[in-house]
Design a protein around this ligand. Sequence first.
Ligand code: ZN
Length: 250
Amino acid sequence: MPEHVNSANSHSDLAKSVVRSSTPLNQRPVSPYTLNPIVEEDGFSWPSFGTRKRAEDTPEEHQGRIDRISKAVKTILEEIGEDVEREGLLDTPQRYAKAMLYFTTGYQTNIMDDVIKNAVFEEDHNEMVIVRDIEIYSLCEHHLVPFFGKVHIGYIPNKKVIGLSKLARLAEMYARRLQVQERLSKQIAMALQDILKPMGVAVVIEATHMCMVSRGIQKTGSSTVTSSMLGCFRAHRTREEFLTLLNRGR
Ligand SMILES: [Zn+2]
């Protein structure tokens, strides 16, 4: 937490923590974890200012964006010592620009109109609902390389349920942004909490990070697990039940 600077930290650590306070978690006037609802009135669910602008791009502005990213990618290719004129690389900058915009489409997705639509139903069901093994592909915001894996979502309804496929769409939306795995878990849980007002929500993500496995920091095949538990899932018994159901039949 950037606010909690250990008194033993050096001055440079302090400076670092100041820079870090402008991550998406903190750049809003009010933290989304306190007063701001995670799903905002315009349905965009807390992107950054720049990505909000991107969602309103005209076709010309969109093309300008692709051109500028392409130019930057060309610079990268030149700087790694490649021949940007050789056949295989000629269209790479354009291709990469489009791919990058696709990998981050989650910034432009309207959570209510595009994801949830009319799939919230009144239902007198109050037992745990779990959807497991939702595949996600995301980008680590520290290295801009992929991390991918599986999301498991559980919730206990409070008179409202959501179409099951929507849980996967919700995970997909947040995954298609620059992320850290911890925040991804939290955002999925908080959005669901906000939309359904259930008794509780649990999100567990198991993922492999290319920035770790491909650089030899982590052994290939190992994965990182994060979780976010809200409401009744904070109680030991409910959490245990969720984890038991999650692992059943494996
Ligand atoms: Zn990374």
